[in-house]
Every structure is written in C-alpha cells, then in structure tokens.
Design a protein around this ligand. Structure first.
Ligand SMILES: N[C@@H](CCSC[C@H]1O[C@@H](n2cnc3c(=O)[nH]cnc32)[C@H](O)[C@@H]1O)C(=O)O
Ligand SMILES: [Zn+2]
Length: 428
C-alpha cells in the first residue's frame, strides 16, 4: 500500500521550519518527504491548505475513565478518587472497560492523537480496543498494594506483558505500573523495580501530584515522594515514566537528573484539580525528558492534546512572569518528540522523517482562527484545537479522513456509552 500526501505545509518537528511538500507512505512507514514527489500511489491525499505534523502522543491516560467524564468534578483529588472514581471503577465490567477505552480512542483520533500511554484495569479489553481502532499504545496494569489481593493484580500485570507486548502489528508495547508512592509500600515497590531491571520492562507511575501526597509521604517515610522513589533505586537502570511530578524541590529534580525516561506533564488535570504548576522549565534545563499527557477524562474532562500544549506553555509563562518561557516549538516538542521518548518509541515516532512509522495528522488551516499563517508554530500551539484535525494516519493506515472515523462505528459507540455510563454510576 502506497499513500501520497500532496502539497501540505509540513512541520517535521525535527526542525522548526515548515515547508510545502509531499509525503510518501509505504506500508507502515514514511518512505520519503520532499518538496515534490512524482510517483504512483494507491491513495493520494490533497494536503493543500493543511498542515502535516507528527501525530500527538498522550503520555499519561486512563482511557476507560472517559465513561466517568463530568460525573464528578470540583473535588479534591483524594476525595474524588476514594469516594467517586474507585467505587465507580468497582462497577465496571470488562465490557464497560472496552467501550470506555474505545470512547477515549475515538476522541483521541478525532483530536490528532496517534499514540498514548495507559494505566488501568482489565487491560485485555483495552488491548483489544487498541488492536481494532489502529492506535499505538503503551499499556500498563496499575498496581496498588493496599489490600490483600495484590497477587491477583500482579498476575494480571504479567499476563498483559506476556500476551500483548509487540502485538497489533507492533503497535502495542507494555510497562509495569506501581500506581504511586502513596499506594505502593517499599517492599513490593523494590520487587517491581528489580523485575523491571531484570526483564528490561519500563515502569509507569504517578509522582508528587498533590501537596497532600507530599505530607503523607513525609509522615510515613520522612521523605519527599521523589526521595522515596530515588532511595528505592527507581532511577538507576529502568526506563521510568513519571506522571505529574508537580511538587518537586531543587533536590528532587537532582534525583531525576540522568534518569532513563522522564516526566509526563498533565497541565489541564493539574489546573482543574488545583494541584499546582510542575517545574517543567527547571526539569528541561536539567536535561530531564518532558512530555505531555491529559490524565483520564474523569479529571481532565477532555483528551484534546492541543489544550495541553497551550496550557503547558502558558503555565510556565505565568509561573515565571515571563512570556519567553516554553515557546511554541518547545511546547509542541513535548507533545511529540518528548512524549515519544517517554513511551520508549522515539526511534519509531515523534517526528516526520523517512524510515519512521507513518503516524501523521493533517490540520485544516483554512479556518478563521487559523488565518493568516504568519507563523505556523504559533498557530498550532496557541490557536488550533483537536476539531481542526481533518485526517489521522497511524502506522500507515488512515483511521480518520474528513473527520470520519474509519475504524470505529461512532453510532454504536454512542449507544453503548449512554447505556453503560448510567449503570456504572447508579448509587454512587
Ligand atoms: N485501582 C486499581 C489500580 C490502579 S489503575 C490506575 C488508577 O489510577 C487512578 N487515577 C486516575 N487519575 C488519577 C490521578 O490523577 N492521580 C492518581 N490516580 C489516578 C484511576 O482511578 C485508577 O484507579 C485497582 O483496583 O486495581
Ligand atoms: Zn493518572
């Protein structure tokens, strides 16, 4: 299969300079990018008036929580989790998880996201949805060790890794997921780190999301959350994906320096839950890889990565009282090359270049809020939103064109979501 995109304004994210040109896709990879390519193709896409850029990568998600969107807002994180989210999750059947994940994937594809990192339960169902929708994903079974059935969760985590790593034409990868410093005690945490190092499996966890977490870890271990992970040996060998990392002091940032992996900043979720502003600029200055994520739709409400790009940039400007901080290209880099590195797939995705996987989005520029095109980087970072994405290509396959989803039956999806979402929250 050869697909040719003609005459698009191409932003490769390898360089800051857009240019008008053509992109040739062969199978699942980009074969060539040039100002002009004349060749035969099975499908030709007219890219005129469109920007072509790498698909956005959502580095921290809980996809089935899309079924809990707008169910419970305006609460503190711990109360929201304990009183609303966990009871609702306990009501979710594997089929609910499948449809919730599919709802999230429909929204992601429609807003230009081509890959994501997910941490949840019933991962078989999420993996099946990834296989069908055509998305790229890094899947993690979230592990909490507060009750007695930690063993069952661990079996599920290992089963996911064995069954799904490298599956769906290589689109699925997996991680091990100790949920957070406040839900995993030192001994199981150490065992997970040892296993990750032994088997070369990346780790995905939450870190220092709220002030309450900082207080709790201080009371329990007389450490900061970052110190807790550092002394467990978390940042020595394994690739680690840290979500949030809002409350880090200078010394904490030092602990992360030189780590494999990095931090998924989730600015909209942090804003809405009143968590604080993550020290993104300081982390970048220390060479720590930073990417962007939404967190679940239960907290962030939408999965639109353009909102995250904008919020990330504007929060750093506000925090420093300095509009030169985190300029457009840097914020766009977080959502592409940064997140790709966090998912450990930077060799395959994150930029448009020959040889890489064809994960490409086309954004309609002929719209009042996207004209004139003085500076494409500014428009994409500060003005575009998910609904401006016209075409989404993942692994060389067109999964949305003209805003029509090609791998998901939207009508059936809406029907399932309506019935299931009501049943889940009954009595909570
Ligand atoms: N609770 C699961 C294991 C964790 S999966 C990932 C978990 O992260 C939770 N979660 C969602 N958003 C956040 C957040 O912002 N901070 C911490 N946890 C979150 C989510 O509700 C889900 O329970 C079990 O019983 O086995
Ligand atoms: Zn989360």
């Amino acid at each position: 299969m050869r697909t040719l995109i003609k005459g698009a304004t191409i932003l490769t994210m390898r360089s800051e300079e857009p240019f008008i040109g053509d992109i040739l896709i062969e199978g699942d990879r980009i074969a060539d990018i040039q100002p002009s390519i004349s060749t035969q193709a099975d499908t030709v896409i007219n890219g005129e008036g469109m920007a072509a850029m790498p698909g956005l990568i959502n580095a921290h998600q809980h996809t089935p929580m899309s079924l809990l969107r707008a169910f419970s807002d305006d609460l503190r994180l711990m109360e929201w989790l304990d009183k609303k989210m966990l009871p609702a999750e306990a009501q979710m059947t594997p089929e609910d998880i499948y449809w919730g994940a599919k709802l999230a994937m429909a929204e992601m594809i429609k807003s230009g996201t081509t890959a994501f990192a997910d941490m949840y339960i019933h991962m078989n169902e999420i993996a099946a949805a990834v296989e069908e929708t055509g998305m790229r994903a890094s899947l993690t079974r979230g592990l909490v060790f507060l009750e007695n059935d930690g063993g069952r969760r661990m079996t599920e985590a290992l089963d996911l890794i064995q069954r799904w790593s490298g599956k769906a034409e290589g689109r699925i990868t997996t991680m091990l997921g100790p949920h957070s410093p406040y839900t995993v005690p030192p001994q199981p945490f150490r065992e997970l780190i040892a296993l990750a190092e032994q088997e070369n499996i990346p780790l995905h966890t939450h870190l220092a999301e709220t002030k309450e977490e900082v207080v709790k870890i201080r009371e329990t271990y007389n450490q900061t959350p970052a110190e807790y992970l550092f002394h467990l040996g978390m940042f020595e060998k394994a690739h680690v994906l840290l979500a949030h990392s809002v409350h880090l002091n200078r010394r904490d940032i030092g602990y992360l320096k030189g780590m494999r992996g990095g931090v998924s900043h989730n600015p909209v979720s942090n804003l809405k839950l009143g968590c604080g502003i993550a020290p993104v600029k300081d982390m970048i200055e220390q060479g720590i890889t930073t990417g962007l994520g939404t967190d679940g739709a239960g907290s962030a409400t939408t999965l639109d990565m353009f909102e995250e790009i904008r919020a990330a940039s504007w929060l750093q400007k506000l925090d420093y009282g300095d509009p030169t901080k985190l300029p457009a290209f840097d914020a766009l880099s977080m959502a592409t090359t940064g997140s790709a590195a966090l998912l450990n797939i930077a060799h395959e995705t994150g930029t448009l270049e020959a040889g890489k996987k064809a994960d490409i989005i086309l954004i309609h520029l002929k719209k009042p809020h996207l004209q004139p095109v003085h500076n494409l980087l500014s428009l994409l970072a500060y003005s575009a939103n998910g609904a401006d994405v016209d075409t989404t290509i993942i692994n060389g396959k067109i999964v949305m064109q003209g805003r029509q989803l090609l791998t998901i039956d939207e009508e059936e999806l809406m029907k399932q979501v309506s019935i299931r979402s009501k049943r889940i929250v009954e009595g909570i």
